[in-house]
Design a protein around this ligand. Structure first.
Ligand code: SF4
Length: 168
């Protein structure tokens, strides 16, 4: 494993991730059915700067950028706000301490109870798209790493939140 990547995995745990695991970008699974799930049934659709259809970058542009990344670190936390903070902190360290200038966090934005959209974002340094916003199948991507997306009998997500840092 690239030394810088393993240092960042260890650092993710120090920053507060419950678990952190390296993934090769070829292992990341995309499925256009994710867009159906975003558009129909998600109460964040159209209400957040970081959710479709307001991300301002097309899925095609995102996929072009994806081809340039070599690996990612999947983070698991029990709290979405902590997950976002760890992801952003790790992205910053990857850039500033390890020279990975295009490190990029994918994490659900939960900074504001109600997003400022359509007014300007209040915390743009924290705002990133979630893993599924650009069509990633989170369940299939994380399962080979030993993680699992689990719902309770009422259809609510059990408290395990996933984010990812893409590494160049
Ligand atoms: S930081 Fe706040 S205003 Fe900005 S995208 Fe996230 S929820 Fe919306």
């Amino acid at each position: 494993m690239n030394d810088r990547y393993s240092l960042l995995v260890a650092r993710a745990l120090e920053l507060g991730a419950g678990e952190a695991k390296l993934i090769e970008t070829e292992q990341i699974v995309f499925d256009p059915r994710s867009f159906l799930k975003c558009r129909f049934g998600c109460n964040r659709w159209g209400k957040f700067w970081t959710c479709p259809p307001h991300m301002q970058l097309s899925p095609e542009t995102f996929m072009e950028a994806m081809k340039k990344y070599k690996a990612g670190i999947v983070l698991k936390t029990s709290d979405p706000k902590q997950g976002q903070e760890v992801a952003i902190a790790l992205e910053k360290e990857a850039m500033l301490k390890h020279g990975l200038n295009f490190a990029f966090a994918l994490t659900l934005c939960v900074q504001c109870e109600k997003c400022a959209y359509p007014e300007p974002c209040l915390f743009p340094h924290m705002a990133r798209p979630s893993m599924d916003a650009y069509g990633m199948d989170i369940g299939k991507t994380i399962e080979p790493l030993g993680f699992k997306v689990v719902f309770d009998p009422h259809g609510k997500l059990l408290p395990a939140w996933y984010g990812m840092i893409l590494l160049d």
